[in-house]
Design a protein around this ligand. Structure first.
Ligand SMILES: [Zn+2]
Length: 98
């Protein structure tokens, strides 16, 4: 099933929806529940046609972006773990002493 990218015009929330081409798209934003969704179309690759240099540059940038994203996700994972740990601690402290 193809994946479609959508963006909320109001809050800028971006999300993906897997659906059949014949299915209707989402009608409301999962974030703010407003009915202002627009579809994000795939990047127009045909623009790159003609200049090999530009394509190489583009690929390089893409790789860098990918690398950065990987590093970031690792960072996020550690951050998330820390938050989870803190939440557990808070939970523990909040338990009523009876
Ligand atoms: Zn929204």
């Amino acid at each position: 099933m193809p994946t479609y990218n959508y963006r909320c015009k109001l809050c800028g929330f971006e999300f993906k929806v897997q659906k059949k081409m014949t299915d209707e798209g989402p009608s409301e934003c999962p974030n703010c529940k407003k009915n202002e969704i627009e579809q994000i179309l795939n990047p127009p690759f045909f623009i790159l046609k003609g200049s090999g240099f530009f394509v190489n540059d583009y690929v390089k940038k893409k790789e860098e972006k990918h690398k950065k994203r990987k590093e970031k996700s690792e960072e996020e994972r550690i951050k998330q773990k820390r938050i989870e740990k803190e939440l557990k601690n808070i939970d523990f402290k909040r338990k009523p002493i009876v």
